[in-house]
Design a protein around this ligand. Structure first.
Ligand code: FES
Ligand code: FE2
Length: 379
């Protein structure tokens, strides 16, 4: 009888539509042992995705790349955050970020990486200083009531932590320093700033960004999706730590020589809400970020950093490390794309968590629910 009731409830819930007020039951927060996973609509609905872009990605620090992306004053680097066109600029020795949007008629200041003493719009040639103020406006002598100081570029917040660039689109961002400090304390004596950037590799995946994050946040799938990882990591000793600032999955290496370790050591997998991952192994950092492209697609960037990128021995190790990560990533991509099809199917509405193995997924979904509570679905 209970089973029939819960099936009926599921079918009713499947009729929940955006535009109606989001069912408060969907956003109730329970302990992992009794919590349900997020509703499948959170992974498949276009309108929901658009609200997430505003509330989640425009309100949290976003990792954009290593400071070494910008080397000389005047370097300009266009990118996209939460679907918004952004431009990183090196102004003297200060990294700035602006919307990559000219105040004349919305043209781009840079469509590819370049260097120039000024920021020059690629549409009609308005010229801005590297600090974003408007300097020159061709053919505007006869314009009336036009004050160039009203037409500076819109600047956004930037912070540099351990040689990594983060931007925040919010008008009133927090400093982000609390999060960074707790990570620094947790990984001591390791220092991210001691590592050098090697390469970025990006992958397009046909799944909602949260399906990729959920998958990252648990080791439950490792024996099934990545059996080869079980040889490397001590799966029984896999631990999860949850804090207000991050979740951390932690696993010692098996006691044998391998690509990453000759004398033990550990792998740290930090997840910073909503979409940043720091994968730290001895002598190497892989900084991953998920770019949400649509309700059913995302792009994941892998930035590789190493303590040595020049010696012959290091280069051999880097090649092996990147090939290994690529294999694991392709296994994750394949399963995430299958999961997206499952979430979109008639057969799935919501599931449950393993209290032993999916605490970090639950932690992530609780943080999401706290943000979703702010979504004005009736507006
Ligand atoms: S849109 Fe930039 S100069 Fe016209
Ligand atoms: Fe995986």
């Amino acid at each position: 009888m209970k089973r029939i009731c819960s099936l009926a409830e599921s079918l009713l819930a499947a009729h929940w539509k955006l535009g109606d007020e989001m069912d408060k039951k969907d956003l109730r927060i329970h302990e992992v042992a009794r919590a349900e996973t997020l509703s499948s609509q959170c992974y498949t609905d276009k309108e929901f995705f658009e609200k997430e872009q505003k509330l989640i990605f425009e309100n949290h620090w976003q990792y954009v790349g290593p400071a070494s992306f910008l080397q000389k004053s005047g370097d300009q680097f266009p990118l996209s955050i939460a679907g918004q066109p952004i431009l990183l600029v090196l102004d003297g020795d200060e990294i700035r970020a602006f919307y990559n949007v000219c105040k004349h008629r919305g043209g781009p200041l840079a469509t590819c990486k370049k260097n120039n003493k000024v920021l020059k719009c690629e549409y009609h040639g308005w010229v801005y200083r590297l600090d974003g103020s408007l300097r020159g406006v061709p053919h505007f002598r006869h314009a009336e009531l036009f004050n160039p100081s009203d037409f500076g570029l819109t600047e956004i917040a930037v912070t540099i932590w351990q040689g990594l660039i983060f931007v925040n689109l919010s008008a009133d961002p927090d400093s982000g320093q609390d999060v960074f400090q707790t990570i620094e304390d947790r990984i001591k004596p390791l220092k991210i700033a001691d590592l050098q950037f090697h390469k970025r590799v990006s992958y397009n995946i046909a799944c909602n960004w949260k399906a990729y994050a959920d998958n990252y946040l648990e080791g439950y799938h490792i024996p099934h999706v990545h059996p080869e990882l079980c040889d490397l990591l001590s799966f029984q000793d896999y631990k999860t730590e949850l804090t207000d600032h991050y979740s951390l999955q932690y696993s010692p290496f098996r006691d044998k020589e391998n690509l990453y370790s000759q004398d033990g050591g550990a792998a740290f997998y930090f997840f910073l809400f909503p979409n940043i991952m720091l994968n730290l192994l001895p002598g190497r950092l892989q900084m991953n970020s998920i770019e949400a492209l649509s309700e059913q697609s995302c792009r994941v960037h892998f930035d590789y950093f190493y303590d040595d990128i020049t010696s012959q021995q290091a280069q051999k190790k880097i090649t092996e490390d990147m090939a290994y990560s690529d294999r694991v990533q392709k296994e994750d991509m394949e399963i995430c794309e299958w999961v997206q099809k499952g979430l979109q199917s008639n057969a799935y509405e919501r599931g449950r968590f393993s209290p032993e193995m999916e605490e970090a997924v639950h932690h992530f979904q609780v943080m999401l629910k706290k943000v979703y509570k702010k979504i004005p679905f009736n507006s």
